[in-house]
Design a protein around this ligand. Structure first.
Ligand SMILES: [Fe+2]
Ligand SMILES: [Fe+2]
Length: 290
């Protein structure tokens, strides 16, 4: 497979999903740091572009099995994609975090004496759990419903609905920064445990909790990939493609009076005169006087 050095890691992950397995093998971060050019990411890991090309070609040649088949996330509606994220990833994350928290408490009680690092793992994990719970709630209550509303308005040829947070770039920047923080906390857990290494005296619960943390981390990679690399950039692109970008302009367009005289480029703070040359007062609620 020919590598295009102008493309980013995220581009490859979105357009050729099996590439994610190759990136995981090579330790290339495609979710939180997916915007890195592919050549730079390879250089950082000491992998040549020819080696990457061979690995991608081998992945491409593998027969598709149930696990390899992925939904076409890149072409899904934003509303369907956010529903999928909540149904498959938020629910899983909540359930797993509850299970891991309970297991970690028990493992700390039994093995904390010989492995004091477990107490620190428990502390970092509780922080990750509370931050992720708030994060997912914000996405579900504010950002995702707004993105779906914007998409349906867009589909009906309507302007972008007003948003309490201004542009979607604002909450998206916060969500992306939360993702970085979650990745840092998971790395902290890996550092504390020598990459989730199982000690010789580990019991079944000890092994189970480390495997569960690894599973949660893997799921978070896909979860963050879908948001950072597909949902959020598409939402921003959709917002930018709209001709009307604030509540006042929405009212202005709804009133219809402006359409005959001039472009919607004036500021309401400036006085303006319609091209038909007479004053007119109407009650459209847009705040203009005509
Ligand atoms: Fe999410
Ligand atoms: Fe998120």
């Amino acid at each position: 497979m020919q590598i295009d050095v102008t493309r980013t890691v995220a581009d490859y992950a979105v357009t050729f999903p099996p590439a994610k397995r190759v990136f995981e093998k090579l330790g290339i971060d495609y979710c939180c740091h997916g915007k890195k050019p592919i050549a730079e990411a390879c250089e950082m890991k000491g992998v040549t572009l020819t080696e990457l090309s061979d690995l991608l070609a081998a992945e491409e040649a593998k027969p598709q099995n149930g696990e390899a088949v992925e939904l076409d996330f890149a072409n899904m509606s934003l509303s369907a994609l956010s529903d999928h994220i909540v149904r498959c990833h938020h629910n899983f994350t909540r359930e797993e975090m509850d299970r891991i928290a309970a297991l970690l408490n028990r493992v700390c009680t039994v093995h904390g004496g010989n492995h004091p690092e477990l107490f620190e793992v428990n502390r970092v994990f509780s922080e990750l759990k509370s931050e992720m719970e708030v994060h997912m709630q914000r996405e579900e209550r504010m950002l995702f419903p707004y993105i779906s509303l914007m998409e349906s308005s867009f589909n009906f040829g309507m302007p972008r609905p007003p948003a309490p947070f201004g542009t979607t770039r604002n909450p998206i920047a916060v969500m992306v920064s939360d993702h970085d923080r979650a990745a840092e906390m998971l790395q902290e857990i890996r550092d504390l445990t020598n990459n989730l290494e199982i000690p010789p005296d580990a019991c079944f619960k000890y092994k189970t909790v480390f495997a569960a943390i690894e599973g949660l981390e893997k799921d978070l990679h896909q979860h963050i990939h879908l948001e950072n690399n597909i949902l959020f950039p598409k939402a921003i692109e959709m917002e930018d493609s709209g001709s009307v970008s604030d509540a006042r302009a929405l009212q202005e367009q709804a009133c219809g009076v402006h359409e005959h005289g001039h472009e919607f480029s004036h500021s309401h703070e400036q006085s303006h005169v319609h091209s038909h040359g007479h004053a007119q007062v109407h009650s459209c609620g847009c705040g203009c006087e005509h």
